[in-house]
Ligand binder design. Structure first.
Ligand code: G
Ligand code: G
Ligand code: NA
Ligand code: MN
Length: 251
């Protein structure tokens, strides 16, 4: 396919960029960190959304070099930030099949002088179910180094509770489909949010709600003791110049 061929050259041509979306501590309103989100500025097609090219990158194996570029670039960026700010990076299941994953992460952290505790790796339930022995081994080693693991899009997958109990993660990201429902009249969404927060707390994990778009949603999440929030209500993903501006304004 054309897109596949273009993607191979895009990495060399510098057509990929990272945008960053802040996540906020609900209680203090302070920014806790930024999630790196990949963007492809195609010379003819314009912005190609990740939903279009990431599945293709996974199929073709290109996600391995692309994912390494993301890790290096995001850590280099975070090296410029105050060191209380975390950097969150999404990982695809296919990246775990590379024996280079752990060394690449260790080198990216060392190059930026970033404490492992500042790095948060986001993996989906689907990713960890798939090929779980390999994923377990890699995430276990990273977790032992102090890297934090977040379970992304929580509530949309099929992981069993016993599986989650054995899995070394620190944070649950409540999927935005649940957060979206919080503005509606249905009490059910609120009960789900409450249940997820309590579930996380009982396992000793922290929580982030994704896709927070309104103050009403935020108020409900605060009342349910959700720890962090992320979404258009605070900021969309922005480029690194805008991140620098946000950090200056904060200081
Ligand atoms: O930024 P946007 O909403 O378009 O992202 C769509 C999806 O692409 C999200 O689910 C996100 O997890 C995924 N995504 C964005 N950046 C990366 C990345 O660097 N690596 C991987 N594996 N997935 C990413
Ligand atoms: O799957 P993941 O959580 O990684 O997806 C991140 C993507 O979600 C980002 O690419 C971003 O564009 C999108 N996103 C971030 N905040 C919001 C929001 O408040 N509402 C919606 N609908 N999408 C959001
Ligand atoms: Na994510
Ligand atoms: Mn997510």
């Amino acid at each position: 396919r054309n897109l596949e061929r273009d993607m191979r050259s895009a990495l060399m041509n510098g057509e990929f960029a990272l945008h960053y979306q802040p996540f906020i501590d609900v209680a203090s309103g302070e920014t806790s960190g930024f999630e790196a989100l990949l963007r492809w500025n195609h010379p003819q097609r314009g912005m190609v959304p990740p939903a279009k090219f990431i599945p293709l990158a996974e199929e073709t194996g290109l996600i391995v070099p692309l994912g390494e570029w993301v890790l290096r670039t995001a850590c280099a960026e975070a090296a410029n930030w105050p060191d209380d700010l975390k950097i969150a990076i999404n990982l695809s299941p296919a990246q775990f099949r590379s024996p280079e994953l752990v060394p690449v992460i260790v080198r990216a952290l060392a190059a930026g002088g970033i404490a492992p505790q500042r790095l948060e790796l986001e993996v989906t339930e689907t990713a960890i179910m798939h090929d779980s022995a390999t994923v377990f081994a890699a995430l276990g080693r990273l977790h032992d180094l102090g890297v934090r693991i977040a379970l992304d899009d929580f509530g949309t997958g099929y992981s069993s509770l016993s599986f989650l109990q054995r899995f070394p993660f620190d944070k649950v990201k409540i999927d935005r489909s649940f957060v979206h429902e919080l503005s509606g009249p249905a009490e059910e969404a609120r009960r789900i949010a409450r249940a997820v927060v309590r579930f996380a707390v009982s396992l000793g994990k922290t929580t982030t709600a994704e896709g927070v778009e309104t103050g009403e949603q935020l108020d409900i999440l605060r009342a349910e003791a959700c720890v962090e929030a992320q979404g258009f209500h605070f900021s969309p993903p922005v480029d690194s110049a805008k991140v620098a501006q946000m950090i200056r304004r904060r200081a």
